[in-house]
Design a protein around this ligand. Structure first.
Ligand code: HEC
Length: 168
């Protein structure tokens, strides 16, 4: 039974992974440009929460590049990216707690109307970051989809589509 279940799980992960990877590629491409631009944001509290998001985008990019073998797997780099993501996801509620506004912000007002739900999304992202396993490439590939989905799930609810054509 155990063999059967784990076999099934591995098969479904294999089948699942390409679509997850495609979703990650879309997410990262859609978010490209965030590292250099500040999109004209002048409120520094808003800038701080955007900086946090941009930092986690950069860390996630390292991991998705390794997962897709566009970058060689490197355990130390993967572990460092995981550490960044643990820290950034943990800080999401703190950075967003107060409803600072800026005309260039992409945060929907729903963040503050549905604060409990928003923080649940942040907790899920933090749990997924904690759950990242960076020991081997196989472990990384298995544990990364949950994190990517947690980013996308929150953006779908609480972030405007953005400065680009794509949706995340
Ligand atoms: C709990 C909700 C939530 C989670 C989880 C979340 N984000 Fe965000 N993210 C937002 C919101 C809201 C904004 C818009 C902030 C603003 O413009 O004020 C945003 C904006 C961004 C931006 C755009 C920054 C810019 O240049 O304008 C990037 C990049 C980003 N997130 C990456 C990520 C990544 C990568 C993850 C997963 C590791 C993630 N986010 C997880 C809510 C979330």
């Amino acid at each position: 039974m155990f063999y059967f279940c784990s076999h099934l799980a591995i098969r479904s992960i294999r089948r699942f992974w390409p679509s997850v990877f495609a979703a990650a590629a879309v997410l990262i491409m859609a978010l490209a440009g965030g590292l250099s631009a500040n999109h004209g944001i002048s409120n520094h509290k808003v800038q701080a929460r955007v900086d946090l998001m941009v930092a986690q985008k950069a860390a996630l990019a390292v991991l998705t590049e390794m997962a897709s073998t566009r970058r060689p797997f490197n355990r130390d780099q993967a572990r460092a990216a995981r550490k960044t993501l643990k820290g950034t996801t943990e800080k999401i509620p703190k950075r967003f707690r107060r409803p600072h506004r800026d005309p260039h912000s992409l945060a929907k007002p729903a963040v503050w109307h549905n604060w409990d739900d928003f923080t649940r999304h942040a907790e899920r992202a933090n749990a997924a970051a904690n759950g990242l396993n960076t020991r081997t490439l196989v472990d990384l590939r298995r544990s990364l989809p949950a994190l990517i989905q947690s980013c996308t799930a929150c953006h779908d609810e609480y972030k405007e589509p953005g400065h680009e054509f794509t949706t995340h």
